[in-house]
Design a binder for this molecule. Structure first.
Ligand SMILES: Nc1ncnc2c1ncn2[C@@H]1O[C@H](COP(=O)(O)OP(=O)(O)OP(=O)(O)O)[C@@H](O)[C@H]1O
Ligand SMILES: [Mg+2]
Length: 313
């Protein structure tokens, strides 16, 4: 089947938002890492690329209108949020009464050790799950009051996910995987291709456009998934251990790129991680442990790390 046939069959058979949701849910974990020799030029690319600056991007503009422009009103708000998992007879509380407000334009790093509830929290922030108790508001709307198709639309238009685990369609090559969300947004074909090319350049994969996922290393697949998550230029980017599978140079490159999106385009970036190194990008750090917020620290970007860094072991 050609790419166009695949897209058309998905368009006719499936609600596209549901399809994107199923992609998110059925993520496969690629664990290999690899080395990269690409140069870090993400900042310059971002500045000079006409189709990716907010002013020229109709998708971005329409998304931007959907989010609150009022910096006084939180974009995402969690009020006494609990997430409980039933384990046979026993109930396990992965999140215990979280209160958190996230504002547009923040670069929030949620930091905590393994098992502290970061991915659980990210699923709630990204409207992939609803809380057992308490309320999650997105743009002042209680997400538990929205049905699955409304949630899927919000996710598709407003949130770019960079998961701890990813799923690329195995029969589509690198370029086609990145084009996929653009096709569902019914972008002009030519513009869609330009954007996909630009994003693949950003993540250093211009040479691998025609490779299938099986012909890429684990780290390269992760970068394709990152490019795909950025394709519709969402106003909110949620990333779960975005550098987990990458060597440090490629990890820095991706983080610098996200930093550029935050500084220049005012995108809201939320990263969950156990990696203290990522604090340097944050405007605010939320420390979580055993499902509870330990403390919240406001930061001036690029400030050296605090002396009282927590022990995350
Ligand atoms: N479906 C589930 N059923 C039962 N317990 C779960 C489930 N999902 C997560 N948990 C538990 O909830 C806690 C938080 O899990 P979560 O995946 O949010 O941790 P994390 O901070 O993202 O960890 P890591 O850094 O290892 O990814 C863990 O103790 C985990 O075992
Ligand atoms: Mg996790």
């Amino acid at each position: 089947m050609t790419f166009t046939e695949i897209i058309n069959s998905f368009k006719t058979k499936l609600n596209p938002s549901k399809f994107m949701y199923s992609l998110e849910k059925e993520a496969i974990f690629y664990s290999e890492s690899e080395n990269s020799t690409e140069e870090n030029n993400s900042g310059e690319n971002l500045k000079s690329n006409p189709s990716f600056n907010s002013g020229d991007n109709s998708v971005n503009n329409s998304n931007a209108e959907k989010i609150s422009r009022n910096k006084e009103v939180p974009l995402i708000k969690l009020t006494n949020v609990w997430k409980l998992y039933q384990m046979g007879e026993v109930e396990f509380a992965a999140l215990k009464g979280i209160n958190l407000e996230i504002y547009e334009g923040e670069f929030l790093v949620i930091l905590g050790p393994s098992g502290s509830g970061k991915s659980t929290m990210m699923n709630l922030l990204g409207c992939l799950d609803i809380p057992s108790k308490g309320t999650v508001y997105l743009n002042s709307k209680d997400i538990s009051k929205l049905d699955e198709s409304e949630l899927a639309i919000i996710r598709g238009q407003m949130i770019g996910f960079i998961f701890q685990s990813f799923n690329l369609l195995p029969t589509l090559n690198t370029e086609e995987n990145v084009l996929l969300p653009l096709e569902f947004q019914e972008e002009d074909r030519q513009i869609a291709r330009q954007k996909a090319s630009y994003l693949l350049e950003i993540v250093g994969l211009s040479e691998k456009k025609k490779n299938l996922p099986s012909q890429l290393s684990g780290g390269q697949r992760q970068r394709v998934a990152i490019a795909r998550s950025l394709a519709v230029n969402p106003p909110i980017i949620l990333a779960d251990e975005p550098t987990g599978n990458l060597d440090s140079k490629t990890g820095d490159y991706i983080l610098d790129f996200l930093d550029g999106l935050n500084k220049r385009e005012g995108k809201t970036i939320i990263i969950v991680t156990h990696d203290l190194e990522l604090i340097k990008y944050a405007t605010r750090v939320v420390y979580i442990r055993d499902g509870e917020i330990e403390k919240i620290e406001a930061r001036t970007k690029d400030e050296p790390g605090t002396e009282n860094e927590p022990n995350l072991n």
